[in-house]
Write a protein that binds this ligand. Sequence first.
Ligand code: XMP
Length: 545
Amino acid sequence: TILVLDFGSQTSHLILRRLRSLGVFAELLPCTTKIADLSWKPKGIVFSGGPSSVYDEGSPHVDPAVFELNVPILGICYGCQEIAWRIDQTNVARGEAREYGHADVKIAKVNSNVDRLFAGLGDEISVFMSHFDKLVSLPKGFVIIGATKNSEYAGIAHEEKPIFGVQFHPELEHVRIPKGIIHGTTSDIQIQTPRGSEILRNFSVDICGAQPNWKMGDFVPLEIARIRDLVGDRALVLGAVSGGVDSTVGAALMREAIGDRFKAILIDTGCMRLNECEEVKETLGKHLAIDLTVVEAGELFMSRLADVSDPEKKRKIIGSTFIDLFEKEAIRIEKEAENTPNTGKVEWFLQGTLYPDVIESLSFRGPSATIKTHHNVGGLPERMMNGQGLRLIEPLRLLFKDEVRAIGRQLGIHESLVNRHPFPGPGIAIRILGDVTKERVEIARKADHIFITMIKEAGLYDQISQAFAGLDTNRSVGVFGDQRVWGYIVILRAVRTKDFMSAEVFNFDNSFLMNVSRTICNQVDGVSRVVYDLTSKPPGTIELE
Ligand code: XMP
């Protein structure tokens, strides 16, 4: 395993992704990790980039014990400056201008040991730079292995030890940053270090000696063994299942690991998609042998949501009602277990946390402002975790979304579920602008079903990251035959996104949208108008609320 120490760069997780796609397993930990606390010895360590300046007071620094492990080290951008700063604290300063974008690095040949980070790359490589600070002199014991016009020390290596630094970003192989994300940009920016992977392979495989044999295929048996080890052979694990890919894959892994000591619960909030609860129950039962307990609570949710139009209030009501019901169910299961031989107590709660959330919460600065509290809807309250001593089990914590999908396929979960668009915990309630009633949920649900079915029939589903139909509870006048109707406005939304932090509107053919509009108006009573939302994120969010 390669250890990546995170100094807070937006792209630290990409170092990990690149290494994993090379077959090299890597873990990301905060830069302040104490080496003595590690239960394993890394084969090599990468220091990521970061937004701070090494010479500022309060800037993050690594545990000096990192250098005593005697394993190869690669510093990237801030990470490179950190290596230099550790040595004599004078060799990093602010450049005259920020260097941002493309640069060509001339590779200096020293000897095949010292310059092996760039082995096989020829005389020059094109790289992506983004930095204010730079090295202004060579740290003691180092030589130059690469230079650009603006950065004399774009690549450095220690003459004797396997310590390397690069000012540029090898992890940014092909990245498109949508306009507006970087302040002042009016078009998308394409950035790349096309041979970045080769540099990371030289480091991890050739220099560190890591085996490039990590396959997603290894994940399932390893994780199942880990779960068995953790849970032991009596305890029960509870999990909330939503029908989304994360909770389904998590549930499938638990079922494989501990059989029916895993208890899956689906709370029907009354705000799920059309036929969703039945379909989820059937899929889990048929394909994964999981006996899902569906707690039908639509009426309760509707009564608590009556006359509430504030989005945050809706979320809170749904979250706390969800938890009340979940807690009741846990108590029931606990009681049942008391009478079952060879069964212990409920000790664990399954959570479908993915790696991006882990990275956020591991940040040495603490969770960043970008993390959304709403991602915890469906999580358990402190009183349940601490009060009843439940511990979290997170089998997906090392995976990215596409990796979860790959595991899902490997576990035999049906493609339609694996590729399913995400659906928020509060469901249709946050897709209705205004207060939620049973009638409005029903209308939004039918319109959504028509829209999604037509998208699938047109073969567009997999090109879209998330699509749905919501409802504006203001009403608009229409004519149906000779009749004047005063109906709701259906809002169609479809976006493409990689990370759900920013998104672009999906570009349908107008004729397709007109067809959807016609079908919804014809088939869903109470709708007089259909509109398509053309707002990207930012400034809009993906959901309507
Ligand atoms: P937004 O609307 O913030 O959505 O652009 C980004 C992604 O998060 C999902 N989302 C939620 N998921 N509970 C959830 O479990 C919520 O309250 C919630 N709000 C938004 C949204 O569906 C999209 O995929």
